[in-house]
Ligand binder design. Structure first.
Ligand SMILES: [Zn+2]
Length: 861
């Protein structure tokens, strides 16, 4: 996308007076014969008044042959390209009268290389074409009215080589043989769709056997040889689709459901109506070797995309500023649905990991409200982030808890029915929820949706006479200290506190809506044993317990639910980062929680420890390396020794995952030589036989083996990547290449990132791994700067933006200046906000490092 200055885009939006109703789109494309494509599109439009010119979107296409017809007339049009606003203007010699008309255009383009619009992808010698059109890339495929509120019925036809499979939103209506080994596939007309939901896949794709849910036929499409990997994805799709139909009280709204495994894909998945596209790792799984986390992640993404079939596709936000309406809801819905299907997976723990990342991001000054004004395509793309998805979903969850599950569902059903096949703004949802619950939803919701940031809530127990209360106060939480502003905004915070009496157990829940700066929650007449101020982590805020309150929790951590222990670990670490609590206090929490057997609690401890080991220590406290290793070994070593490497017979999933988390903590954060050596040994076994090692251990051991790996190991991983049995295995070896520490091997990995051995979709993630690797980050930065034009072309704008995030590992002020200057000179259009966030994190670290290093030295002495 060309970068554009802010001042020169007055006419970015389309005029309201022209509405498309039906689109006939005929495309000729055969990726095996070349990159050119072209076709004709006819828009049946409704003109509100006579028009001398009509504007519609087209970007990097050659548009020609404009003709328009109406009742009693026709004329040709002159085409004026408007590349600044990604449109063309069709000008007519005389005004076209108001009413119905048919506008026909021819167009030509080339399959793109950057995973958006209609793009080319390869698997070996096979060539494919796929679409990825959200947010505003339908205009790179065909000339169209590319705004979500311009819904139309699409009738799509494709002429291509007769050996190619063709998948689109609707079922095939007819296939006709054409001369020269070609065919034309015509699809049935779709219900009204926004342009960004149109889909096309062309090439040598095979289809799975179908599964059915009621009348809906569900299939997976994949590149040849992967049929055996389709079963789990299909089962997940059927199980979650059935639950979604029940939740919405409305059958699946499209004629069939195709799930397409795309070998090179920008996002995780895309909710094209009736033809959902996925990265292969999220759809094609081998039940015998897939890890629990891979299965959970795939299930979550499949459920997310399928919930969009109602929430997003059938009812669509009117404009990109309400993108959260789609994404926050689909995120929340996916965790709910998978949790209902597989309660043993504890999906809300996974949600808590994502929520923790959103809390971290939202503590920056350069965050944004969930509801974000959007003018341009770049701004729309910037909003696909943790705030829109995870914070949005956390707020949806908070609302659902507050209104009650039954009233909330009643409101959602009302909203979907009322607006089906139409477009909405947030107020439409608030209205439906208010009607269903009798509660004034709008005020509570808007405070969270339209305001950035969130509060920290101080909580301490006070007793006067026979009255015991929890004293509460709130202020905005920021990672860097900020000047106090008078009349700072307050949030309406639904507080749910866990109160455990002297008898122990999990205690009871007490509720209070904190609306002002201060409030109190009555606790009765007896002083509780402990209080936790964010029960079930249902509120999007950080609790800051008083010293005594925290001590009471750390003395009996099992009184908290696992998700609360995860939350507390994250909150206490955030308080340290914000200068609100000492590092020694966090290390005391690590000591208190180290014997925890819940894998998610252990994982929540891992990331702060990894930050200390991989970022703070090498930069500011190299003398602490060994004491930190000893500290971690002393706390987690015996827990691992008890579990051992070998799973016991009949062992549950959680124990296997806890073992994997301990291997990571000891191997990665502690860098324990014994663990690294053992991991390398297990990796040898795994390379010989993919079933020799428990599936849930392989991610950890492959990563650790890379860390101590030599040139032979590097070669083994490159070979294993090329010959991988599953997409997950390929990704595992690929990302592990970012963990090697020998400079010559770092260099080898960097050079590999420019070759087809690393798929376009993974380049940014591999570079992210290299930035996180203390032995590779400087070389990676030099490489990125030296090879930027090629890298950027390979990554595309969205993924290049993701990569910018990871430059923060460079840490030093000198590097900060370089990063700022480099991306000012080489701007990434949808990465502007990400860059500001990265620079802010550099600044935070500069203020943090000295004090933290001193405190760490002190605490480890
Ligand atoms: Zn989504």
């Amino acid at each position: 996308m060309p970068s554009k200055s802010r001042s020169r885009k007055p006419a970015y939006r389309l005029a309201r007076g022209v509405r498309p109703e039906e689109v006939d789109l005929h495309v000729e494309v055969d990726p095996s014969r070349g990159d050119g494509f072209g076709g004709e599109v006819t828009h049946a439009i409704e003109l509100a008044r006579p028009q001398r010119a009509i504007r519609l979107h087209a970007c990097e296409l050659r548009v020609s042959g404009a003709r328009i017809e109406w009742e009693g007339g026709r004329t040709r049009g002159q085409i004026e390209p408007l590349p600044q606003v990604e449109m063309v203007e069709v000008r007519f010699p005389h005004p076209v009268p108001a009413g119905r008309a048919r506008l026909r255009l021819a167009f030509r383009g080339r399959l793109r290389k950057d995973l958006c619009g209609l793009y080319g992808a390869s698997v070996g010698r096979r060539r494919y074409a796929f679409t990825q059109l959200e947010a505003t890339d339908a205009r790179k495929f065909f000339p169209c009215f590319d705004e979500p509120a311009m819904k139309a019925r699409f009738r799509i036809a494709v002429t291509t080589g007769s050996n190619n499979a063709v998948v689109s939103n609707a079922p095939i209506a007819s296939t006709r043989r054409e001369p020269k080994g070609r065919k034309t596939v015509r699809f049935r007309q779709t219900p009204p769709l926004s342009t960004y939901l149109v889909a096309l896949a062309v090439g040598d794709l095979h289809r799975s056997r179908p599964v059915r849910l009621g009348k809906t036929v569900i299939r997976t499409w994949h590149t040849p040889g992967k049929e055996r990997l389709t079963r789990l994805g299909l089962e997940t799709a059927r199980e979650t689709l059935a639950r979604l139909e029940r939740y919405f009280g409305l059958p699946y709204p499209y004629e069939k459901l195709d799930l397409v495994a795309v070998p090179d894909f920008e996002f995780g998945a895309m909710e094209n109506a009736g033809a959902v596209f996925f990265r292969e790792t999220l759809l094609l799984l081998d039940p015998a070797t897939a890890t629990t986390n891979e299965k959970k992640r795939a299930a979550e993404v499949i459920a997310h995309e399928l919930s969009h079939m109602w929430y997003g596709d059938l009812v669509t936000m009117a404009w990109w500023d309400d993108l959260w309406l789609n994404e926050a809801f689909a995120t929340w819905m996916a965790y709910s649905v998978v949790d209902d299907w597989k309660p043993e997976w504890h999906m809300w723990h996974d949600f808590q990991h994502g929520r923790a990342a959103a809390l971290e991001l939202d503590a920056l000054r350069h965050t944004h409200p969930i509801y974000a004004p959007v003018k341009t395509a770049e701004e729309a793309n910037e909003n696909f982030d943790l705030i829109t998805y995870e914070k949005g979903a956390a707020v949806v969850r908070m609302l659902e808890r507050y209104l009650g599950a039954v009233a909330f569902r009643r409101g959602v059903r009302r909203y979907i029915r009322r607006h089906r096949e139409g477009n909405t703004v947030a107020a439409d949802l608030w209205r439906a929820l208010s009607e269903a619950s009798g509660e004034p939803v709008e005020k509570l919701a808007r405070a969270w949706i339209e305001r950035d940031g969130y509060p920290v809530v101080r909580a301490s127990v006070r007793s006067t006479g026979s009255r015991v209360r929890l004293a509460l106060s709130q202020e905005r939480f920021t990672e860097q200290p900020q000047r106090k502003t008078a009349g700072a905004p307050r949030w309406p915070v639904p507080i749910v506190a866990r109160v455990v009496g002297p008898g122990g157990g999990r205690g009871r829940l007490e509720r209070h809506l904190l609306t002002g700066a201060r409030g109190t929650l009555e606790l009765g007449s007896r002083t509780p044993r402990l209080v936790y101020a964010n029960a079930e982590e249902s509120g999007f805020f950080r609790p800051h317990h008083g010293e005594r309150e925290l001590e009471a929790i750390l003395a009996a951590p099992r009184a908290l639910a696992p998700i609360e222990r995860m939350g507390l670990a994250d909150h206490q670490w955030a308080l340290v980062r914000a200068g609100r609590a000492p590092l020694s206090g966090f290390l005391a929490l690590v000591t208190a929680f180290a014997r925890d057997r819940d894998p998610d609690v252990l994982t929540a401890l891992h990331s702060p420890l990894a930050f200390l080991a991989h970022d703070l220590v090498p930069d500011a406290a190299p003398d602490c390396a060994e004491p930190l290793t000893r500290f971690i070994e002393a706390r987690f070593g015996s827990a691992f020794a008890e579990l051992g490497w070998k799973p016991r017979r009949g062992e549950d999933e959680a124990t296997g995952l806890a073992r994997a988390a301990l291997v990571s903590i000891l191997g990665s954060a502690a860098g324990s030589p014994a663990m690294l050596e053992a991991a390398a040994r297990h990796c040898d076994r795994y390379l010989r036989d993919r079933r020799a090692v428990h599936a849930d251990l392989v991610d950890s051991i492959v990563g650790l083996a890379a860390r101590v790996g030599d040139a032979d190991r590097h070669r083994e991983f490159v070979d294993a990547m090329a010959a991988a049995h599953t997409p997950q295995e390929q990704r595992r070896f690929l990302l592990a290449l970012g963990g090697f520490r020998d400079p010559a091997l770092v260099d080898r990995t960097l050079r590999l990132s420019l070759t087809p051995a690393v798929p376009t979709q993974d380049v940014a993630f591999l570079l992210g791994r290299l930035f996180a690797n203390p032995a590779a980050r400087d070389a990676t930065w030099d490489f990125v700067r030296a090879r930027w034009p090629r890298l950027k072309k390979r990554m595309g704008s969205v993924l290049a933006g993701r990569m910018i995030e990871t430059t923060v590992h460079l840490r030093t002020p000198a590097r900060r200046r370089e990063v700022a200057r480099f991306f000012r000179e080489h701007p990434v259009p949808s990465g502007a906000r990400t860059l500001r966030q990265a620079l802010e994190r550099f600044d935070w670290y500069r203020g943090f490092r000295g004090k933290a290093a001193r405190e760490l030295r002190e605490a480890l002495r």
